[in-house]
Design a binder for this molecule. Structure first.
Ligand SMILES: [Zn+2]
Length: 386
């Protein structure tokens, strides 16, 4: 069992240290004069697409602004207080100071949360409440949920691919812990652990970190996967995730690696120039359901994949990596935990932008054949030198 210890930051947010020194790290109080941030969040339903959009509005008391040259994710040192009060840490998770989603219990002291129903609307977000809506199509709900930041290492210049297997195992333990904790919050329907790496995809802090969103709805992509796998189950009596993994392994042309507990492939209809889906061979709904042997093997496999991505171009590729987990309540049967990793870079000097077809219609054009992408990623492997 991973050691952990939590503290409350000066503005009331929770922070959790992970690792053997967690208890000592948690003995350092947050010494910043940090006012509470007024957060308002709501979700609105798009009646044409049947999906929810998060609308977040924040007001900030600007008595605390970190200097631009001070990374807020470094450990604190005398005269330089950051988000992490301890002078050193291994891995840490904490509530985002400016979250898109926020638990309603956090607003019990008058935090200015928009509920849409009470009439209180400090951020002026509720537009549908005043007008007429005879068909009941303009649905607004509170943005119940939580957004957390996970720091993978105290080393500012590292990236996930630089971690040791033990460090990666600690991050995985943090993901497991937070996934279980956030799934248990009232109103949370889905937990998404993800990392955006690289300025090209809008990352403003280079410190190695990821985020976790606990949504008050099932996300559009997961909803699609549940619909497709549900229809497949009804039509064939079989599990779609199982059969896709089996089909990719049987075909083999897009398999990047296949180990004892995990297999990674570029999907037959990949959307992105370099895109890898990593599945445990044993279908499980979420991270909490992984067994120790699966967790142990994952760390080596994931580091291997990230290092292949780093070797694709002269400079480390920007990427998005995210865990697809079963919803916390509805739609759990049959869903398969997996990780999707992709880069928006298709060549050293070319980024894949979401242009008119992708942004306007959700119809993707991929400029690299998935088989060619898989062949390149296979060649870049540590275990099979080119
Ligand atoms: Zn840093």
């Amino acid at each position: 069992m991973v050691k952990k210890a939590s503290i409350t930051l000066a503005d009331g947010r929770e922070l959790i240290y992970f690792g053997d020194a967690a208890a000592e790290e948690a003995s350092h109080p947050d010494l910043r004069p940090l006012p509470r941030v007024e957060v308002s969040s709501q979700v609105r339903h798009d009646p044409l697409l049947g999906e929810w959009v998060i609308v977040a509005g924040h007001r900030q008391d600007r008595t605390f602004l970190p200097p631009a040259d001070h990374c807020p994710l470094d450990p604190s040192s005398p005269g330089r207080l950051t988000e992490i009060p301890a002078p050193s840490y291994q891995a840490v998770a904490f509530e985002n100071r400016f979250p898109s989603l926020v638990a309603r219990s956090g607003a019990a002291e008058g935090g200015g949360l928009v509920t849409g129903a009470d009439g209180e609307d400090p951020a002026g977000l509720v537009t549908g409440a005043d007008g007429e809506d005879p068909a009941g199509l303009l649905i607004t709900r509170p943005g119940d949920g939580r957004c957390e930041v996970v720091c993978f290492s105290q080393d500012h210049s590292a990236s996930f691919a630089d971690l040791t297997q033990d460090q990666a195992a600690l991050v995985l333990a943090a993901w497991v812990d937070r996934s279980a904790a956030l799934a248990a919050l009232p109103g949370v329907e889905q937990v998404y652990c993800f990392e955006n790496r690289g300025r090209e995809i809008g990352v403003t802090l280079s410190h190695p970190h990821g985020q976790i969103y606990a949504y008050p709805f099932i996300t559009p992509r997961t909803t699609r996967m549940l619909a497709m796998s549900g229809a497949y189950q009804r039509d064939t009596g079989r599990n779609l995730f199982d059969d896709v993994l089996a089909a990719e392994l049987a075909d083999g042309s897009r398999v990047v690696l296949a180990a004892e507990h995990w297999a990674a492939f570029v999907p037959h209809a990949a959307h992105w120039p370099y895109e890898v889906h990593l599945y445990p061979r044993r279908r499980v709904p979420d991270l909490q359901a992984l067994e120790p042997a699966e967790m142990a093997e994952f760390c080596g496999i994931y580091l291997d994949l990230l290092r292949r991505f780093d070797r694709l171009f002269d400079a480390p590729a920007p990427y998005i990596s995210g865990w697809h987990q079963a919803p916390t309540r509805a739609g759990r049967p049959g869903f398969a935990l997996h990780l999707e990793l992709f880069t928006i870079r298709r060549a050293p000097d070319k980024l894949k932008y979401l242009a008119g077809s992708e942004s306007g219609m959700g119809a993707f054009t991929n400029d690299i054949a998935p088989e060619a992408a898989a062949a390149t990623l296979r060649k870049l492997g540590e275990r099979a030198p080119a």
